[in-house]
Design a protein around this ligand. Structure first.
Ligand code: GLC
Ligand code: GLC
Length: 813
C-alpha cells in the first residue's frame, strides 16, 4: 500500500475537521447556510454562493470542471511590502508560515500567517439572514509596525448559472453595478424583470475599489497575480457589461501586537415590484442598508455566530450516543447528522461534483434524505413531503426531479422511474413515526402543482402503492420503467446514439418484459409500512387489500426472483435474467440483495442468509461492497448506461456507498451483528480517514457517493463527495438498526444489532416532548433484547411507550 500522507484531523470537542495542509488531494469543502442563502466553501476559500436555487439564483460565479484547480472564490489579498499572500494559500500560493482550515457546523475558519502577520477569516451565514459573513481578523505578531494593503475579491454570477456560462454574446453587455461608500452593488438585469440584487460590503471606509474584472486582473493575468494587487493600486473601475466583480481596497496599519477586525458581508436582497428604484436607474437600497446595519460590528457578528453555534448544539443534542469508541461517536453525534442536513438542503444539486445546473431536487433522493433529517427539524421535513408529493401525477407516477425555487417538476427529465412512488411512503412514514403527527395525511396536495387537483396526502400514498400494482410484468414483478433506484439500469432504452442521454432518451414501454427485483423488495418493505399505517388509521379493508398484494409479490420473488444463491436483479426487455449465475458478467447485484433481505423474503427458506453470505463472498472487498460482480467489460445495448462505465466505477461495480447500508440492515434484521458491523466500519468515514487520506482523496469527514471498486484502476479512490443518499442511509442504519433506537407510532422500539465485542453504551434521545436516556447492556449478544425497564419499571415487549418528560431506560440483551 502506498504511504498515506495526512492532511488533517478531527477535533471532536469543537465539532471541526482541521485541515493543516492546503494541498489536500482534492478541494475539501464545507457548506454554509441552513435555509435560503447558501455557500460552498473549500479549504482554500474557493466556491460560490446562491439563494435557494443553485441554477436560477447564483450569486457568485463558479468555474466548471474546476477540480483540482479550485479557481474562483472569495479571496483576500494581503500585500506586505513586495509579498502578496492569501490566508487560504490560494490563489497566490505564496508559501505560508502557518496554514489551517477548520470546517465546522455551517462555518469555516481559514487562518494563514506570513512574515509576522496573521489573517484569520471566519465564514458563515447567520441564521435567517440572506448573507455570508466574512470576518477577517488581521494581527501583527511581529515587533515592527506593519503597513498592509488589503484587497477583497468576489466575482458576480449573472444570476442564471446556466446562461451565465453559455450566453456570452449577451452577458458581456449586460453587467451593471453601483457603488456607494464601502458597498458594491451588483444589479445586472435589475432594470428589467428581476427584482433582486446582491451586494458586497465592508464595515470600514475604503481607499478604493474595483468592479470590472479585466481592470482588476489585467489582460492575460490570473487570479494568482491580479494587476491591481501586484501594483498595489486600485483603479476605481466601474463595470459596464463585461464581467462585474467586487473588490475593496483598504490600507491597514498595525502596531506590534495589534489586531483589527473587518466584517465583509455578501448579501442578497429582493424588493417589491413598486419599490424597486429610489430614483431613475438607482436601486432601492433600504433593505440592504438594514441588513448591513444588523451585521456591521464585530460584536453583532460574534452574537450571530454564537446563535448559529447554539442552533447546532440543539440539533445535535436530539440524538447523542456515548459508546467509548471515538470513531463511532464522532460520526453518529456530529458528521453523519451534519451531512444529513446538507443532503436534505441540497439533494444532489450543488457540490464540486454536481454542477448546480443539471439537477434540482430528486423525488426518490429527497424522500430518502428525509430519513436522515426528520428528527432534526420536523416542520421542514413536513413541508418537504408536501412539496415532493405535489409533483406527483394522478396515476401515481411522478417527476423524477423538481427545481427548489419554483417547486415545479423538471420537464427535461420527466418521469417513468418506477421506484419513485414507493419512496413517498418511506419518507412520510418516517415523519409520522418521529412526530406522531398523523394530520399530515389529511393535507390537501395537488397533482403536478395544478390548482384544483388536490387530494389528501394519504390518497397520494395509496396511488403510489397502486402504481406498482398497476405496472406488473409477466412474472408479476414490478416493471422497471425508465430505471429503478439504479438510474443506469436502462432496460427499455436501446441507445446507439452518443448524443442522447440514457436518462432522457425514448423509454420503450410497449411490449417490455423488463422487471425489477429491487422494486419488488422496496414494494414489500414500504408496503408493510403502509399496511401498518392503515391499521393504525382503522382502514382495515385497505390494509387487507395491500397485504394481499404484498403476499403475492413475496410469492413472485420466491418463484421467479431467486437464483439459487442470491436474488436476481431484473428481467430485461425480452424477459432474460439479469444478475444470474447464468449470465456471463454481473452475475450478482447488490440492490436486490439489500431490498429483498430487508423485506425478509424467503427468510424461512434460507434465502436471506444465503443472499447475505453471497454478498460477503462475491461483492465485499477491502473498501466495501461493490454494486455488481463481475464487472461489465463491454457495453451492452440492452442494459443502457450501467455498462457504459469502465470496470469498477459508479454503477458498474463501483462501491456505491448508498446501497451498502441496505445489506447492513438486512444483516441486522437477520441478527448477524458481527457482519453488519464489519460492513459498516468499512465505509464509515472516520475509519477510512485513519488509513486512507491520500488514496481516498475526497473529504474524510463525510461519505462520498462512490468509492472505486476492486476492478478499478485505483480501488479505494473516492468520488462525488457530500451529496449522496449514503448520508441518510448510514444514519438510519446506525441509529435505528445497529444502536437500535427506532421511533415508532406509539413510542421508541429498542432492538440493537451489535458486534459481540460491543460494550455498554448510552443514547440520549429527544423524542417529541420526551427525553430518554437509554443505556444498553449487550452482554456479548449480537441481537435480542431480554429486559427493558422504564424509570425502574419493567416494560413488556420492545417498545417503550411514549410519554412526555424525562425518562431513564435500561436494556439488557
Ligand atoms: C445517484 C442518484 C440517485 C440514484 C443513484 C444510483 O445517487 O442521485 O437517484 O438512485 O445515483 O443510480
Ligand atoms: C446517477 C448515477 C450516475 C448517472 C446519473 C444519470 O447519479 O450515479 O452514474 O450518470 O444518475 O443522471
Amino acid at each position: 500500500m502506498e504511504q498515506q500522507k495526512r492532511y488533517g484531523h478531527f477535533d471532536d470537542q469543537h465539532r471541526e475537521y482541521v485541515i493543516t495542509d492546503p494541498q489536500t488531494p482534492w478541494p475539501w469543502i464545507n457548506y454554509l447556510g441552513n435555509e435560503d442563502f447558501f455557500s460552498l466553501i473549500s479549504n482554500t476559500a474557493g466556491g460560490y454562493s446562491f439563494y435557494k436555487d443553485a441554477k436560477f439564483r447564483r450569486i457568485t460565479r463558479y468555474r466548471y470542471n474546476n477540480v483540482p484547480m479550485d479557481n474562483g472564490g472569495r479571496y483576500f489579498y494581503i500585500k506586505d511590502g513586495d509579498t502578496v499572500w492569501n490566508p487560504g494559500w490560494k490563489p497566490c500560493k505564496t508559501p505560508l508560515d502557518f496554514y489551517e482550515c477548520r470546517h465546522g457546523m455551517s462555518y469555516t475558519r481559514v487562518t494563514g500567517r506570513k512574515n509576522g502577520v496573521e489573517a484569520s477569516v471566519l465564514f458563515f451565514v447567520p441564521l435567517k439572514k440572506w448573507a455570508e459573513v466574512q470576518k477577517l481578523t488581521l494581527t501583527n505578531q511581529s515587533n515592527e509596525v506593519k503597513n498592509l494593503k488589503l484587497f477583497s475579491f468576489e466575482e458576480w454570477c449573472l444570476w442564471n448559472a446556466a446562461t451565465d456560462m453559455e450566453n456570452f454574446q449577451r452577458n458581456f453587455s449586460t453587467g451593471e453595478v453601483e457603488i456607494e461608500g464601502s458597498t458594491i452593488y451588483h444589479k445586472t438585469e435589475y432594470r428589467e424583470r428581476r427584482n433582486h440584487y446582491a451586494f458586497y460590503h465592508v464595515n470600514t471606509p475604503i481607499q478604493g475599489f474595483d468592479t470590472d474584472r479585466e481592470t482588476f486582473v489585467g489582460l492575460y493575468n490570473e487570479f494568482a497575480d491580479p494587476q491591481v494587487v501586484i501594483e498595489g493600486k486600485p483603479r476605481n473601475s466601474h463595470a459596464h457589461g463585461w464581467s462585474p466583480i467586487a473588490s475593496h481596497y483598504i490600507e491597514v496599519t498595525l502596531q506590534p501586537g495589534e489586531s483589527k477586525d473587518f466584517v465583509f458581508l455578501l448579501g442578497y436582497i429582493e424588493n417589491e415590484q413598486d419599490k424597486k428604484f429610489s430614483a431613475p436607474q438607482v436601486i432601492n437600497k433600504d433593505k440592504a442598508h438594514a441588513l448591513i446595519a444588523e451585521l456591521d460590528t464585530t460584536q453583532k457578528v460574534d452574537q450571530a455566530f454564537a446563535e448559529l453555534c447554539q442552533y447546532w448544539d440543539a440539533l445535535l443534542n436530539i440524538y447523542n450516543v456515548r459508546t467509548g469508541n471515538d470513531k463511532l461517536d464522532r460520526m453518529v453525534n456530529i458528521w453523519n447528522q451534519y451531512q444529513c442536513m446538507v443532503t436534505f438542503n441540497f439533494s444532489r444539486s450543488a457540490s464540486f461534483f454536481e454542477s448546480g445546473i443539471g439537477r434540482g431536487m430528486g423525488f426518490r433522493d429527497s424522500n430518502q434524505d428525509l430519513v436522515g433529517f426528520v428528527h432534526q427539524i420536523p416542520s421542514r421535513a413536513r413541508q418537504r413531503i408536501i412539496d415532493i408529493a405535489s409533483t406527483q401525477f394522478p396515476d401515481g407516477g411522478c417527476y423524477h426531479q423538481y427545481q427548489p425555487l419554483t417547486k415545479r417538476g423538471n420537464n427535461d427529465i420527466g418521469g417513468g422511474f418506477n421506484d419513485d412512488p414507493c419512496w413517498l411512503i418511506f419518507g412520510t412514514v418516517a415523519y409520522i413515526k418521529e412526530t406522531g403527527d398523523f394530520s399530515i395525511l389529511d393535507e390537501m396536495v395537488p397533482f403536478d402543482n395544478q390548482p384544483g387537483s388536490e387530494v389528501t396526502l394519504f390518497e397520494h400514498l395509496k396511488i403510489s402503492m397502486d402504481h406498482v400494482i398497476n405496472n406488473l410484468g409477466p412474472h408479476m414483478l414490478p416493471l422497471i420503467g425508465r430505471a429503478d433506484w439504479n438510474d443506469c439500469l436502462n432496460l427499455n432504452c436501446f441507445s446507439w446514439d452518443p448524443n442522447e442521454s440514457f436518462q432522457t432518451t425514448e423509454n420503450v414501454s410497449e411490449g417490455t418484459k423488463a422487471e425489477s427485483l429491487m422494486i419488488a423488495g422496496l414494494f414489500v418493505v414500504t408496503g408493510k409500512d403502509y399496511v401498518a399505517l392503515c391499521q393504525k388509521l382503522g382502514k382495515t379493508q385497505e390494509a387487507e387489500r395491500m397485504q394481499k398484494a404484498i403476499d403475492a409479490m413475496i410469492e413472485a420473488v420466491k418463484k421467479h426472483g431467486w437464483d439459487g444463491e442470491w436474488y436476481l436483479r431484473a428481467y430485461d426487455f425480452y424477459g432474460n435474467k439479469i444478475g444470474s449465475n447464468e449470465c456471463d458478467e454481473a452475475k450478482i447485484f447488490i440492490e436486490s440483495q439489500g431490498w429483498c433481505t430487508m423485506a425478509e423474503i424467503g427468510a424461512q427458506e434460507g434465502m436471506v442468509a444465503k443472499s447475505l453470505d453471497s454478498c460477503k463472498k462475491y461483492l465485499e472487498c477491502e473498501h466495501g461492497m461493490v454494486l455488481n460482480n463481475p464487472a461489465f467489460t463491454k457495453y451492452i445495448y440492452e442494459y443502457g448506461e450501467i455498462s457504459s462505465y469502465p470496470e469498477g466505477y459508479k454503477e458498474n461495480a463501483g462501491i456505491f456507498c448508498h446501497n451498502n447500508p441496505w445489506v447492513i440492515i438486512g444483516e441486522c434484521l437477520a441478527g448477524r451483528g458481527n457482519d453488519a458491523w464489519s460492513h459498516y466500519a468499512k465505509i464509515l468515514p472516520s475509519y477510512v480517514e485513519e488509513k486512507y487520506q491520500t488514496l481516498h482523496k475526497v473529504e474524510p469527514y463525510v461519505n462520498c457517493q462512490m468509492v472505486a471498486g476492486k476492478d478499478a484502476f485505483k480501488p479505494g479512490e473516492g468520488k462525488n463527495s457530500w451529496l449522496t443518499g449514503t448520508a441518510a442511509w448510514m444514519w438510519y442504519t446506525v441509529s435505528e438498526f445497529i444502536l437500535g433506537i427506532k421511533p415508532d407510532y406509539d413510542g421508541i422500539r429498542i432492538d440493537p444489532c451489535l458486534p459481540e465485542t460491543a460494550t455498554d453504551y448510552t443514547v440520549q434521545r429527544k423524542f417529541r416532548d420526551a427525553e430518554y436516556e437509554i443505556t444498553i447492556h449487550p452482554n456479548g449478544a449480537q441481537k435480542g433484547v431480554k429486559t427493558i425497564t422504564l424509570d425502574g419499571q419493567p416494560v413488556d415487549g420492545t417498545v417503550i411507550p411514549y410519554s412526555a418528560g424525562k425518562h431513564v431506560v435500561e436494556v439488557t440483551m
